[in-house]
Design a protein around this ligand. Sequence first.
Ligand SMILES: Cc1cc2nc3c(=O)[nH]c(=O)nc-3n(C[C@H](O)[C@H](O)[C@H](O)COP(=O)(O)OP(=O)(O)OC[C@H]3O[C@@H](n4cnc5c(N)ncnc54)[C@H](O)[C@@H]3O)c2cc1C
Length: 489
Amino acid sequence: MKKEINIVWLKRDIRSQDHQPLYEAEQAAIPYVIIYCFEPNLISYPDVSLRHLRFIYHSILDLNKSLEVFGRKVIVFHNDAIRVFQYLNTLNFKIATIFSYQESGTEITWQRDKEISTYLKGQRIEWREYQKNGVIRGIRNRQGWDKYWYTTMSMPVLRNNYTKQTILQFENPFPLNDDFEAELLQYPEYFQPAGEIYAWKYLNSFVEKRGKDYHRFISKPRESRTSCTRLSPYLAFGNLSIRQAVRFIKSHPNFSFNKRAFTGAITRMKWHDHFIQKFEVECAYEKRCINKGYELLERKINSGHLIKWKTGQTGFPLVDACMRCLHTTGWINFRMRAMVVSFLCHHLDQDWRTGAYHLAKLFLDYEPGIHYPQIQMQAGTTGVNIIRIYNPLKQSKDHDPKGIFIKKWVPELQNVPEQFIHEPNNMTTLDESFCGVKIGVDYPRPIINLSEAGKKASLKIWGHRKNELVRLEKNRIVKTHVRPNSRKK
Ligand SMILES: Cc1cc2nc3c(=O)[nH]c(=O)nc-3n(C[C@H](O)[C@H](O)[C@H](O)COP(=O)(O)OP(=O)(O)OC[C@H]3O[C@@H](n4cnc5c(N)ncnc54)[C@H](O)[C@@H]3O)c2cc1C
């Protein structure tokens, strides 16, 4: 008779603690292997970039360090998960159960999961999927969601204990090839380091000292880099669970001294699940407007403007600084994300889909469930939220008054005096010669007339709210995604 084994399939949950699939595999008391699949079908999708794969790989290496003493390690395959399961099923073991978390991903991950589910059923292999964070599968509306979230967060974190196990020997026909692995091993120093150990370092430093000014600096492009939690990539790839973060912050002795700041961070962790819950219910939001009525809004692609937006060459210093900073570091704060999307969709009058994958690739913390609903909120295509058109000039003066952030990321403007840093285009030739920069040559002139574009955008997007389909859709969206206590009477 074949020896029985179980499999723990890691996806966006690369950690050793508060991990239910690993916990259940230990409880089952039969040998198990832990696997991760770099799936060509998924990694060639337009939302994935090398920075994400590097973060994942380094998270796995970090996890392996914790597992080493138990004789365990994550087995990494470079093939689609279905092929990996088919292969594992040919070995001299009988696969009893596959343990994993539910994934609230893009449509391609749902299709993958459906294919795997059909295959496993046919092979009489059980697949147990567990709820991830506070996101509930199969709900039709938000009745009771808030209460359930708080209940989930108040439950103790799972303490994972590991037994020693001799490594189950089998050949891996789908290893990472040497070139790919060499690429993954390189890790640019500007990115937040990956893995559970660093996740806890960031969490600790937030509660110990960085977080006290969280609420004051949250919208500042420079200061927020230190005062925000910076947990997003760790939460996105599951180096940390939401519950671990929430409980740690809440129970820390510094909580009572920093109530406003820390409560603000916890509220956003609830938003994390709230947004992913929307996507769990309707992953089509990756590709179509949340409010179908906005599909009728006409927007002509302007590829010249798009390239300038993507490369940080719009002539609006704060927008350009943000885009360039993202290229190098993979992170900007919420307000700046909202501003660059608002600029793209409103001032440049471009469809949100023209920038969605580009930003997904740049964000080290790319999380589909937050990303697409947030982009659509900023683009004004939900039809339920207040539409905010962020004026990049005002944002610049309010949140980077001395232009320190701008000068770091747009070095051409290094010597531009404070009075012109937000609008270098206003300099005279004499001013330009004083600071050694020629606008239109060294740094672009603004690609649009800001105030005209802002007015036009406002009329267009607000005007479209009166559309019949937009109004009909609004009712559907409120019923499905809005928590009863947040609905306007
Ligand atoms: C257009 C756009 C796209 C975005 N795409 C992503 C994305 O792909 N991945 C991602 O994690 N966040 C995304 N956000 C939300 C937010 O900007 C980031 O979560 C935040 O800047 C991450 O930094 P932090 O960890 O220091 O956040 P903190 O402010 O310290 O918040 C703590 C955690 O709460 C969650 N959170 C914070 N703000 C939000 C929010 N507005 N909505 C939902 N959850 C939130 C995140 O998990 C974050 O790590 C996006 C926002 C916008 C406007």
